[in-house]
Design a protein around this ligand. Structure first.
Ligand code: AMP
Ligand code: ZN
Length: 114
C-alpha cells in the first residue's frame, strides 16, 4: 500500500518515534498529540478500518490488546489509566485508512473529548 502513510511508517519509509515493535504490530507516538501521552498502535498488515476486521485477520487485534498493557507500562500510564480510541469511517473522523488504536493518557481525560 504505497499510498498508505501508516504502511510507509511500517516500512520505515517515513520516520516515526517507535515505542514498541514486533512481527505483527507497531506502536509509535502520534505526530499531533491530544494528551501528554498519545501513541498509535497498528497492525503491520494493512487493514483499512474496523469494518474490514474478520475472523481470519482478527488474531492481530487480540495481540494488540494483549500487548497494550506492556506498552502502557513502558509509557508510565498503566496504573494512572488511559483511554483507547478507534475511529471508523467518515462520521468518526477517521483520517488515516489503516486501522489504528489511539492510546491516550498522562492527564485526567474528560468525556466527551474536547
Ligand atoms: P484518525 O483521525 O483516527 O484517523 O487518527 C489519525 C492520527 O494519525 C491523528 O491523530 C494524526 O495526528 C496521526 N498521524 C498522522 N500522520 C502521522 C505521522 N506521520 N506520524 C504519527 N502520527 C500521525
Ligand atoms: Zn496501510
Amino acid at each position: 500500500m504505497d499510498d498508505c502513510i501508516f504502511c510507509r511508517i511500517v516500512d520505515k519509509q517515513i520516520p516515526s518515534r517507535i515505542v514498541y515493535e514486533d512481527d505483527s504490530i507497531l506502536a509509535f507516538h502520534d505526530i499531533d498529540p491530544k494528551a501528554p501521552v498519545h501513541v498509535l498502535v497498528i497492525p503491520k498488515q494493512h487493514i483499512p478500518s474496523i469494518n474490514e476486521v474478520t475472523q481470519e485477520n482478527s488474531q492481530v487485534i487480540a495481540h494488540i490488546f494483549a500487548t497494550m498493557p506492556k506498552i502502557a507500562q513502558q509509557l508510565g500510564i498503566k496504573d494512572s489509566g488511559y483511554r483507547v480510541v478507534v475511529n471508523c469511517g467518515k462520521d468518526a473522523g477517521q483520517a488515516v485508512n489503516h486501522l489504528h488504536y489511539h492510546v491516550l493518557g498522562g492527564r485526567s481525560l474528560t468525556w466527551p473529548p474536547g
